[in-house]
Design a protein around this ligand. Sequence first.
Ligand code: APR
Length: 276
Amino acid sequence: MVGAGISTPSGIPDFRSPGSGLYSNLQQYDIPYPEAIFELGFFFHNPKPFFTLAKELYPGHYRPNVTHYFLRLLHDKELLLRLYTQNIDGLERASGIPASKLVEAHGSFVSATCTVCRRSFPGEDIWADVMADKVPRCPICTGIVKPDIVFFGEQLPARFLLHTADFALADLLLILGTSLEVEPFASLSEEVQKSVPRLLINRDLVGPFALSPRRKDVVQLGDVVHGVERLVDLLGWTQELQDLIQQEHGKVQMLSSGAQSSSTSSVHCSLCIAGC
Ligand code: APR
């Protein structure tokens, strides 16, 4: 289970971090309150703020970081049952994780739908308008065409229902970079069996890890890249992850904190392809 906190190392702000989160930086968008940018009522009143944000987030602007490639490595090792993401930045797909292993619970820019006649379009069909600061219009009925991002109050994609089987089958749950504040996604964390270890890697203690921890919960607080580095080191996968990242031609800037233990700094250097 992942959230916006895994993409901040790629340069994409999360939503709720005080000061840096998107919801603290919407003054430019002229909206009544932060969440309005993802509300249909406001969208139909003024779609511009959403499309301004969409232009910033459109796939291709940002690159996966080591956290995404770690999840890709889990897939390559046939250890990833499914990746449930709240993120709409598409970086999980960009890291090479197949769509069959993904549940993009809050939608994505891969497709778009006319808000009037409900016709579906490939996401790239509206890309030019979005980049040109134009509100995309349906060629058939002239209704506004909205990327298939799930707005507050909208139904989640049907694929979200895979959770009813996946979480019962899981033998380990990783929760990375999320405040676990938005339902129904947050409650997934409670769906694994009580005997299943849950590992939270996050800056803050959140959700059930703060309120009702389980005996087998493990928490690694702090920067997500640092936490993933430590896990990768303990697993002995550092070289494999480095090879994967090189293979994906990505140069991942490891955003580790300066005050690293020597072992972590060696992991930092061995993973930091650009050199430390
Ligand atoms: N390392 C570790 N943790 C981080 C990092 C980082 N580099 N950056 C951010 N975080 C943590 C924050 O401290 C916070 O706990 O990640 C979490 C991000 O929480 P949110 O900003 O609330 O993002 P998210 O949980 O994905 O929000 C869920 O809210 O508005 C809706 O639809 C939107 O999908 C989004 C949903």
